[in-house]
Design a protein around this ligand. Structure first.
Ligand SMILES: [Zn+2]
Length: 284
């Protein structure tokens, strides 16, 4: 968990409180091999250390494994995949990463090959057509309409290892948990468009009831996006080096603007939201 995650959490908490929504803690673990218990524990430790509230979802690592892990919802993902398959909206692809290297978009190599979807080691791709128009609702009530990015042409919905891909599992989870507000970084805008496209193919079009807020990303001093791989400071590091929760919030506020000050998630979110005037539809 790094500073960027906390900025996102603070905004989520503030927007949820503002719209009378409850906050759901969601942790994706479909990449099971990459999930370590220590990462999981870090999520709970960090939320507790920074006093970030949530109303629903796992209370600890054990509760997560037993009741919220994505592995428990795999049948749900496969139902969604089967429904797409039954309607001939998918095709199997055996292109290797190497074969696709250098292409900005999937070149359609396997689109008409009629490969057996049940063969081992094939991914399933959704037929997107040529940059279809998709739309989603924003938190302020406006509608964003855009073409599906070229990079999302025939995007993968089932991976070669047979697991549901992120776009599919994410949409299925949002439906399962009846999510109605999604707060995420602008780096996930293309995913929102892919998920909106996928949703439009589902008989229940689940995302038609969902509003989105895409927030700017917190950048490091070199102007790059914060992520673990870029060697950003983890909350765990700051905590073990004597930073208080208030000091962590202030550090994040100063990344947004050197003149900002914050000592809590409420103040951090307020810093951002007042500099970024927009209205939200308040629920009754
Ligand atoms: Zn292919």
């Amino acid at each position: 968990m790094h500073l960027g995650n906390i900025f996102s959490f603070a905004l989520t908490a503030a927007l949820a409180r503002h719209t009378n929504a409850s906050i759901f803690l969601r942790i994706d673990d479909l990449d099971h091999e990459r999930v370590q218990t220590s990462y999981l524990q870090d999520v709970f430790d960090t939320l507790a250390f920074l006093s970030i509230p949530y109303d629903e979802g796992p209370r600890d690592a054990g509760d997560f494994q037993n009741h919220f892990s994505q592995l428990l919802r795999e049948p749900l993902y496969h139902q969604r995949l089967q429904s797409l398959r039954d309607r001939h909206l998918l095709f199997a692809c055996n292109c290797s990463r190497k074969q696709l290297a250098g292409y900005e978009a999937y070149p359609g190599t396997c689109r008409h090959k009629n490969l057996d979807p049940d063969a081992p080691n094939v991914a399933w791709r959704i037929v997107t057509g040529d940059q279809p128009v998709v739309s989603f609702h924003n938190i302020d009530g406006s509608l964003t309409t855009a073409t599906l990015p070229v990079a999302m042409t025939d995007f993968i919905v089932r991976r070669r290892d047979g697991k549901a891909a992120y776009q599919l599992s994410s949409l299925a989870d949002d439906t399962f948990y009846q999510t109605d507000l999604i707060v995420r970084g602008q780096d996930l805008l293309d995913s929102t468009l892919a998920q909106s496209f996928l949703s439009s193919l589902m008989p229940d079009h689940p995302l038609q009831h969902v509003s989105f807020f895409h927030h700017p990303l917190l950048l490091n001093s070199e102007g790059e996006k914060l992520s673990k791989s870029a060697g950003s400071i983890s909350i765990q590091y700051l905590r073990t080096h004597g930073y208080s929760a208030a000091a962590v919030y202030d550090l994040i506020a100063k990344r947004i603007h050197p003149g900002f000050e914050a000592g809590s998630w409420q103040e951090l979110a307020a810093c951002f939201l007042k500099s970024h005037s927009f209205q939200t539809r308040k629920k009754p």
